[in-house]
Ligand binder design. Sequence first.
Ligand SMILES: [Zn+2]
Length: 361
Amino acid sequence: MWSCFLAITCPLAKEFAMHRPLFRLSVLALALGVCGSAMAATHGEVAAREMRHVATAFKGRMAGTETEQATAAYLAKAFKKMGYQVGEQPFTSSFEYEKADKSKVKREVKSINVIATKPGMDGKVVIVGAHFDSRTPKKDSDIGKIGGPKLEGLDDNASGVGMLLEIADQLKKTKTQHTIKFVAFGAEELGLLGSKDYVARMSDSDKQNVIAMVNMDSLITGDKMYFHAGKETVAKDAKAGFVRDRALAIAKKLGIAADTNPGLDKEYPKGTGCCSDQESFDEAGMPVLAVEATNWEIGDKDGYEQTTNKAIKDGMSWHRPDVDNVKNLETIFPQRVEQRSRDFSRILTPLVIELAGGKAK
Ligand SMILES: [Zn+2]
């Protein structure tokens, strides 16, 4: 609404300035200033553009590969362009690989996290994250089918990375009381390795200073938009679900359909999510928000089956190069990239500003 109003008034203001020489300078300055902020406020533009770009320009961004490193360099550059302080944190870890004869070997992997910081005025921190790696085959039998160099991973997880850049762009000129850290995690697909490394480097006081960690993973294929809390933190204290409750309240106010896990599978309690980088923070006692799109009411009701759309075999696009790519998903779901980019941004931008103690425009 705000940006529509400005889209109409900005050309009028410029027109006015051209015909009233006395006021030209001041009105033009005002118009440019207001129009500049209107451009930043058009929700979803950056997310849609960046998710398509990351998916297609960096396909096969498997942990430990040159493509993963190139993606990290691209993201670091993008954050720097927005004016953020950027740190790159390389790490070495390992994962278990299953060979054709079913024997298992440990494989070393070198990956990297990219961290953009918006300094606040006190020690409190809000972390916003998304993994940028795409699936690495974890078994000989995966090769050619699951993950690999041809996987674009628009849904998992160029979509989350696009939203990460979107929120960073929306907030680049907003002053906040608390620090915000935008983190692009490497090697999530090999066992949350990037987020585990990030949490391992935190001191106890670092952890206590975290207001919340917001994680975005797989925002396109799923039938519905979801917001969940962390299983471990809410089991100890229901109040840790406050970020989920705020996200759902903002969505409701905006008239955007959004839900949380209904808890139809006892393994995944109502209102909590699973299976992405927020778990590393949840397990270390920090309040989290898991942002995703899927469908928790179908299949095994564990959130793994994403859609009832018959054009997606078995209702899942996960890690399949022939399914999770821009051309295919945009053919099956026309306008979905725009809709999700806009709607998630409309909810998450004010939410992150609120968490960080800033003022929404
Ligand atoms: Zn993912």
